[in-house]
Design a protein around this ligand. Structure first.
Ligand SMILES: O=C(O)CCC(=O)C(=O)O
Ligand SMILES: [Fe+2]
Length: 247
């Protein structure tokens, strides 16, 4: 598939920085790149942060962030968002709105540790310039995020989203968006290709304390993701997703 490998080569330029000092590379350990097909990719780095550093940041975030649990509107109904949230963005950007909710944008200056975490992410992903951050706190196993994609127009057509996790391990699922109904005149080859894709249309990552997961390429256009409820009650998990607002 020469066309695709060419397209993917474009993404390789922004892979994890191989030139970080040997020590931080070592700590960062292995990364895995999952090719979701058709220009969508997920990079997972289980040991992005040392456990100690990640616990320090967990404690700060848990205590200092002004968490809220807003009322959101989905499918014509209002409900409490099933997790705590907070939003931070650079000044002068277009306001973010999702599920009928427009969060207040706090500034980076109000929570300086967030700049340190942002710096660690920028160091690992050369060429990125994240200017906004959505924070989520899952207090127990019944807090979750439903299937969705972060495909808001403000992020552009191929957003890169860097997700850092702290505390309780939770499962992160990816599922291919359903393809539009097959035209009746689709060739045998096209049908075979679709069938093959549909067998590989789910992925799961156990997001560890101190891990980094990056979604890139067409992942928001072609895939949805979720953090489902967990039957056995878990402890607190905090997740930070760094994004770049481009319009
Ligand atoms: O908590 C996570 O790992 C994912 C959060 C998420 O998908 C989001 O904030 O859009
Ligand atoms: Fe998301």
């Amino acid at each position: 598939m020469p066309a695709m490998s060419f397209r993917l080569r474009g993404f390789e330029a922004t892979e994890l920085n191989p030139n970080l000092d040997a020590n931080s590379c070592e700590k960062r350990g292995k990364q895995s790149i999952t090719d979701l097909g058709d220009g969508s990719e997920v990079v997972y780095v289980p040991k992005f942060l040392s456990a100690e550093r990640a616990w320090d940041w967990f404690d700060y975030l848990d205590k200092e962030i002004p968490w809220t649990r807003p009322l959101i509107h989905v499918f014509g109904r209002s409900c409490l968002q099933p997790r705590d949230t907070c939003y931070v963005a650079s000044e002068g950007l277009t306001a973010l709105k999702y599920s009928g909710y427009q969060p207040h944008a706090y500034t980076w200056d109000e929570y300086p540790v967030l700049r340190d975490i942002l710096q660690a992410v920028h160091d690992a992903l050369p060429g990125t310039r994240f200017n906004s951050l959505l924070l989520n706190r899952y207090k127990c196993g019944s807090d979750y995020v439903a299937w969705h994609s972060d495909d808001e127009k403000v992020y552009g057509s191929t957003p890169k989203i860097a997700s850092v996790s702290f505390g309780c391990e939770r499962e992160f699922l990816l599922k291919k968006k359903p393809v539009k109904k097959e035209a009746s005149n689709a060739s045998e080859e096209q049908r075979h290709k679709r069938l093959k894709i549909s067998c590989q249309d789910r992925h799961s990552f156990l997001l560890k304390h101190g891990s980094l997961l990056v979604m890139r390429g067409y992942t928001q256009r072609d895939w949805i993701h979720s953090v489902p409820k967990r039957a056995k009650s878990g402890s607190v998990r905090i997740n930070l997703t760094f994004r770049q607002i481009v319009m």
